[in-house]
Design a protein around this ligand. Structure first.
Ligand code: SF4
Ligand code: SF4
Length: 202
């Protein structure tokens, strides 16, 4: 009997707590952020579209294997490894590194096993697209343009709100020091060319 009344009490109490929270928000001031004219608030540990450093990627597939939805696609022309002298990857070309954001669930499980710490969750939250195919981001193509994270389509306009222009410039300047190495990652290095010749000769 005691348990019976206890259950009734708990039910009423939890409903009252829930309704209290609902009522609080019913009378709270509504806040509408006029995005993209106003900047969205991005928390420091926000998991947005990836930040990928092609120049450090050894195309080991660890990230793709860890991905629970198989949305990372990696292709290379030969084995790659980190050159200890420069800290960048050498060997075969990284011919494709792509992520299908129609499938990605932003779990960050791909970032954990990366042996060279070259794939991270970025701070871009916006990647609208017109087709499902456009949701596949080709990071190797971005690397060709000196970018390490995708931009929202609307950020390609000339006139941008001040916060967006600043963020775009931040992304470009963060990637700029690696630009030369990013381009090299897309072609086989001398080590990779030698290995390819040896493989062809055998
Ligand atoms: S964040 Fe998760 S779902 Fe997205 S690519 Fe990485 S492992 Fe896959
Ligand atoms: S991003 Fe990291 S884990 Fe994925 S293939 Fe490149 S080096 Fe390997």
């Amino acid at each position: 009997m005691r348990q019976y009344f206890r259950n009734i009490f708990d039910t009423v109490r939890t409903i009252a707590i829930g309704m209290g929270i609902t009522l609080k928000y019913c009378f709270a001031k509504t806040v509408t952020v006029q995005y993209p004219d106003m900047a969205p608030v991005i928390q420091p540990r926000f998991r947005g579209f990836h930040w990928f450093e092609a120049e450090k990627c050894i195309a080991c597939d660890q990230c793709a294997k860890a991905c629970p939805v198989d949305c990372i696609y990696i292709e290379k022309s030969g084995p790659r490894k980190i050159d200890k002298a420069t800290g960048v990857a050498v060997g075969g070309a990284l011919t494709r590194y792509a992520i299908d954001y129609a499938k990605c669930m932003f779990c960050a499980l791909c970032c954990e096993p990366c042996p060279t710490d070259c794939i991270h969750m970025g701070n871009n939250h916006d990647l609208s697209a017109y087709t499902r195919k456009d949701m596949i981001v080709e990071f190797t193509e971005l690397a060709r343009e000196g970018k390490q994270t995708p931009e929202p389509i609307w950020m390609q306009r000339d006139e941008l709100p001040e916060w967006a222009a600043r963020r775009k410039a931040e992304w470009m300047s963060r990637a700029a020091p690696a630009r030369e190495h990013m381009l090299k990652a897309l072609e086989p290095s001398d080590v990779g060319k030698k290995a390819e010749k040896e493989a062809a000769a055998t």
